[in-house]
Design a binder for this molecule. Structure first.
Ligand code: 5AD
Ligand code: SF4
Length: 463
């Protein structure tokens, strides 16, 4: 009987996609995926270290796995990703029941290392720099076990060359490296031939894509056009761009490439120029709002989401009020708000005397939440009466009789229909929005625009 594996993923979409690639390699190695921890022979924890609570979560999981492994000695545990890269050998000092520790630059080596560890004992393999083989090997992307058959993530770049004072990513993911444009387009073609209609281009700083491979700029705009031209790819999204690098050419490519969705995730981080300067973000609040206005002017019906950090060291009440003002002015469709978390080795973590009192942070967090929820609701209520294209994802999580999907703006929609073609995940339908809530829309089904192209998976197991 095949050994079974389970991957738990923490952190960002980049990590989710790394887990998909790793799952594909484990399947190619003869293992079988399971959702049930009790029957897993191999457990991989693919970790994140962006905020401290991600660290805590991992050590909590490892504690639970220790007792499980004591009962089932054949079980193997691998820890991969950002936290491995950060903690290196210290990880095994805290948890000596881990079999394999792999960092961010060689995650695709995990299956081989698991086999070696089964023979010769625990292995830690952390590289200090990106592995050229990992960077150029297309196989893990093409064999990835993807969460859904109609949408796919495509890595366009790894690492980050910025030096935001709060961020640990550059130290764990290394310098920015772009994948060749032809490889990316080819991957999109292959995905399309398998029924994928939506791709999300992934990178830490997508609009500086290509800076390391050519002096000719701007390559990101060209990439958007090239992926948008792939037959069968109806929707192109990307995450995340940096406001300082959002060039007019990128905005123009978004506006003029039909497949590129009218959605932009543009992290603000703070609305105070003093805080932005100590964060080393490279823009002022005014500049951010100008870029946003330019994007909204050029791109029809653009939805904008953002990230904001509350309680950055030294943030005064006045600074925070500026964040509230900018957030209210920007009228985001939704905002991810984070409490500042000091990360080892980052500039912002150096001087604890500048840290903000947790009660003050909690209060600010709540006030910001009110502002961003208000604009989200207003933006969603504004959609009522519009007819929108919805990519069907399947029955809603709460109610089987309700269908869920996403509009081109990336908004979650719930609708009801008995139309069999509309119900197939991956179908594109048209619906009229009837109501907007803070985090979703409700709609009335009109018609199917394009049936699902996804292939039903063959059941390989004997009946
Ligand atoms: N503390 C809090 N939030 C952070 N982010 C990144 N680093 C930190 C940190 N140290 C947030 C930023 C980023 C998002 C992915 O996570 O807002 O855009
Ligand atoms: Fe993603 Fe950053 Fe977390 Fe790594 S540390 S998983 S790059 S969010």
């Amino acid at each position: 009987m095949a050994r079974k594996f389970l991957i738990r993923t923490f952190g960002c979409q980049m990590n989710e996609h790394d887990s998909e690639r790793l799952a594909g390699l484990l399947v190619a190695d003869g293992l079988e995926a399971t959702d049930d921890l009790d029957e897993a022979d191999v457990v991989v924890l693919n970790t994140c270290c962006i905020r401290e609570n991600a660290d805590n979560k991992l050590y909590g999981h490892l504690g639970h796995l220790r007792s499980l492994k004591a009962e089932r000695p054949g079980m193997q545990i691998a820890v991969t990703g950002c936290l491995s890269q950060k903690d290196k050998g210290a990880l095994r000092e805290r948890a000596d029941h881990i079999d394999v520790v792999v960092g961010t630059h060689n995650i695709t080596r995990t299956p081989v290392l698991l086999r070696e560890a089964a023979i010769s004992g625990p292995i830690t393999e952390i590289l200090d720099a990106p592995d050229p083989v990992e960077m150029t090997d297309a196989a893990p992307a093409l064999t990835a076990v993807r969460a859904v058959p109609w949408a796919a993530w495509v890595t366009i770049q790894t690492g980050c060359d910025n030096s935001c004072a709060y961020c640990i990513v550059p130290s764990v993911r290394g310098p920015e490296i772009s994948r060749p444009i032809d490889d990316i387009v080819e991957e999109a073609r292959v995905l399309s031939s398998r029924g994928v209609v939506e791709v999300t281009l992934l990178g830490q700083n997508v609009n500086s894509y290509g800076r390391d491979i050519t002096k000719r700029r701007p390559l990101f705009a060209e990439l958007l056009e090239a992926v948008g031209a792939v037959e069968g790819i109806d929707r192109v999204r990307f995450t995340s761009p940096h406001p300082k690098d959002l060039r007019p050419e990128t905005i123009a490519a978004m506006a003029n490439t039909a497949a590129v969705c009218n959605q932009l995730h543009l992290p603000l981080q703070s609305g105070s120029d003093a805080v932005l300067a100590s964060m080393r973000r490279g823009y002022t609040a005014e500049r951010y709002l100008e870029r946003l206005a330019a994007a909204r002017r050029e791109i029809e019906d653009l939805a904008v989401t953002t990230d904001i950090i509350v309680g950055f060291p030294g943030e005064t009440e006045e600074d925070f009020e500026q964040t509230l003002t900018v957030a209210a002015t920007a009228q985001f469709d939704s905002a991810y708000t984070f409490i500042f978390s000091p990360r080892p080795g980052t500039r912002a973590a150096e001087d604890s005397s500048r840290f903000i009192d947790p009660d003050v942070i909690a209060d600010r967090f709540e006030r910001l939440h009110l502002v961003t929820e208000r604009s989200a609701l207003a933006k969603h209520e504004e959609r009522a009466g519009r007819t929108e294209e919805v990519l069907v994802e399947g029955p809603s999580k709460r109610d089987d009789a309700v269908l869920s999907g996403r509009t081109r703006q990336g908004k979650l929609v719930h609708l009801r229909t008995e139309d069999a073609a509309a119900k197939r995940p991956g179908a594109l339908v048209e619906a009229t929005i009837t109501r907007g809530a803070p985090h979703f829309l409700e709609a009335e089904f009109l018609r199917v625009l394009a049936p699902s192209r996804t292939v039903r998976r063959l059941e390989l197991r004997p009946a």
